[in-house]
Write a protein that binds this ligand. Sequence first.
Ligand SMILES: NC(=O)c1ccc[n+]([C@@H]2O[C@H](COP(=O)([O-])OP(=O)(O)OC[C@H]3O[C@@H](n4cnc5c(N)ncnc54)[C@H](OP(=O)(O)O)[C@@H]3O)[C@@H](O)[C@H]2O)c1
Length: 295
Amino acid sequence: MTTPATLSICGAGKLGRTLARLWQESGQFRIGQVFCSSLTSARDAVAFIGAGEPCGEETMPEPADLWLIATPDGAIAEAARRLGPALCASSVVFHCSGSLASSAMALQGCHTASVHPVHSFADPARSIGAFAGSYCTAEGDVEALERLLPAFRAIGGEPLTIDSHAKSLYHASTVMACNYLVTLMDSSYRCLAAAGIDGQQARQLLAPLASQTLQNCLGGDTSEALTGPIARRDLGTVAAHLQALAELPALQELYRALGRETLTVAGRQPHGQSLQPLASLLGSSTTPPDHTDDK
Ligand SMILES: NC(=O)c1ccc[n+]([C@@H]2O[C@H](COP(=O)([O-])OP(=O)(O)OC[C@H]3O[C@@H](n4cnc5c(N)ncnc54)[C@H](OP(=O)(O)O)[C@@H]3O)[C@@H](O)[C@H]2O)c1
């Protein structure tokens, strides 16, 4: 039986400890040193992973076959710099940031990659069971990817490669689908609360609507999922919404901005009426795409 390669970790928070435990349980890697900002946190991570040596700031990094840097994005470059003396030509160092490329580690003389799991690690215990099936978007040098992609596959990840220059744009997309979806739901709840419906009733009211719409968006062209006043070119309703939202200026601004983008989606639907009056009402400076000729 071959001994698994050693994986050491710098930053074993939500993502770092989850991946480490999955790899430990699958026998892919032997977990080596585990660094966090504090030794207490590193001990906590090792208890969760079920393996590894908790390390504090005073401990020197030791050679390992692979290093995962899973600190917050802003600390990745500094963490990579600290690893320098423990690295050699065959070392593989990778991070999991969605927006940064592997070049952000500024490492020379070893193999580097970034692999971004498209998964929300909000609760590591839950992610252990839910990680399988998550896409893992990767870029880096060939040798690093040859080691890492099979390891991600072994814990249920679905590798996908990306051009390193496209990472920020790619990550902005995942932020919109994940984080901004939360903001959108929160805005909708605030609006309902102002209308006198809140708490459990508000959640029950929006749940089927939101779930169904998401299913429709995931099922095909998003323009086919669009219903409502902008799709119907209903100027009066949109004007009434803007007037009602005058009491909630931040939500009115959001409504206007999203409404302007909704014109683009509505413009892909065949319709006999122009979107121009709605564009003017919503303060759009560009002419909306229109299918008024497609009747
Ligand atoms: N969370 C997600 O859903 C998710 C999804 C995809 C990708 N990512 C990426 O994964 C990476 C980690 O995110 P996360 O959410 O797991 O962050 P996190 O929960 O905040 O954990 C960060 C960890 O890094 C440690 N740390 C901070 N600075 C350090 C340093 N200089 N040296 C060593 N350890 C240090 C922290 O130690 P303490 O515990 O002592 O503070 C903590 O354990 C980021 O690049 C992020 O973009 C996260």
